[in-house]
Design a protein around this ligand. Structure first.
Ligand code: NAI
Ligand code: MG
Length: 339
């Protein structure tokens, strides 16, 4: 794994705008590796390539770490998702999505401080993409949960709880209805828990979890869940802490990792210069921690927290009227002051 090169996927929609902002901020704090720009998403399709070209996968395998902007996937037809392809090709089995209240930003429903992490399985479940149509009026999809998939996910999640100094891991499932798939997921969870006696392990059914997240989010610490539930629950949590523009994420595999925001390519605001780069920037801070650059990561996080808490230079999604470049300059100034 090299610290000298980082793979960069500018992506689609607001992707290139928030990537430029993020790289400018990283360079301003002295992190200037060789950025290896790679294609994925609609921009690759438009050049007659697959959503994730083979050279992109090979380069990330080689380099080890990638920073990725969102890519556009058409709904109900067209090309399949670049994200799903990338996660499967690189076997990025754990998707880590922290949801933390930032000072000065309040979610829509409560004045409670939220500090939780979602660990989402990233390669199985209904996202395995096994869909077929046995009859013109019937469409089917297969949900895949494997024991090895559960085991590596839970090992990673329990270790994350300990590494982050947290103490509780909650499995989110629907094992009351999905007896075999979610049943296996839940049994493997409690099996894995035996190896981590210092961590409180419990479980919750996904629908109740959503309700509890809205009414009493402060009760949760780390949630571990399947691919589809994790996708939905993590957007819910992003909404609770102030919106998608603030929610970072990491896709972790045994050999490489891809860091990206939870949000999508936001075609409604693409090219307008108003996108909030915070989620990608906080994802880049997760990447810096992953490669051991803790001081730089803390500087970036503090700079973001300061600018958002001051509330004088905010993008539109946070209630302000700053452009992406004004917000970027404010963060660079703040990071300079944190040095
Ligand atoms: P979206 O996350 O792109 O947008 C939802 C809403 O949040 C929009 O109103 C958008 O303007 C706003 N928003 C999102 N990020 C923002 C930011 N950084 N700053 C300010 N406002 C922001 O979700 P949507 O519209 O469902 O999906 C659009 C496209 O993105 C689709 O093609 C979808 O497949 C793709 N997508 C890609 C992801 C990825 O590459 N990781 C993840 C999720 C969606
Ligand atoms: Mg999603």
């Amino acid at each position: 794994m090299s610290k000298r090169s980082i793979a960069v996927i500018p992506g689609d929609g607001i992707g290139p705008e928030i990537m430029d902002s993020t790289l400018e901020i990283l360079e301003s704090v002295g992190f200037a590796p060789t950025w290896v720009r790679l294609e994925a998403g609609l921009c690759a399709i438009e050049k007659g390539k697959p959503a994730v070209p083979e050279e992109t996968i090979e380069a990330i395998r080689e380099i080890g770490n990638a920073l990725k902007s969102p890519t556009t996937t058409p709904k109900g037809g067209g090309h399949s998702s670049a994200n799903v392809a990338l996660r499967q090709a690189l076997d990025l089995f754990a998707n880590v999505r922290p949801a933390k209240t930032l000072p000065g930003v309040r979610g829509p429903f409560m004045n409670k401080d939220i500090d939780l992490v979602i660990v989402r399985e990233n390669t199985e479940d209904l996202y395995a993409g096994i869909e077929f149509q046995p009859h013109p009026d019937i469409a089917q999809a297969i949900k895949v949960i494997t024991r090895p998939g559960c085991r590596r996910l839970f090992k990673y999640a329990f270790e994350l709880v300990i590494e982050q100094g947290r103490n509780r891991l909650t499995a989110v499932h629907k094992a009351n209805i999905m007896k075999l798939t979610d049943g296996m997921f839940l049994r493997e969870f409690y099996e894995a828990a035996k190896g981590f006696p210092t961590v409180v392990a419990d479980d919750i059914i996904v629908d109740n979890c959503c309700m509890q997240l809205v009414t009493r989010p402060e009760q949760f610490d780390v949630l571990v869940t399947e691919n589809l539930y994790g996708d939905i629950v993590s957007d819910l949590c992003a909404g609770l802490v102030g919106g998608l523009g603030l929610a970072p994420g990491a896709n972790i595999g045994e050999k490489c990792a891809v860091f990206e925001a939870v949000h999508g390519s936001a075609p409604d605001i693409a090219g307008m210069g108003v996108a909030n780069p915070t989620a990608l920037l906080l994802s880049s801070a997760m990447m810096l921690r992953h490669i051991g650059e803790h001081t730089l990561a803390n500087r970036i996080s503090s700079a973001v927290l300061n600018v958002v808490a001051e509330g004088e230079c905010l993008t539109k999604d946070l209630g302000g009227n700053a452009s992406t470049s004004e917000f970027t300059r404010a963060i660079i100034e703040s990071a300079r002051a944190c040095a």
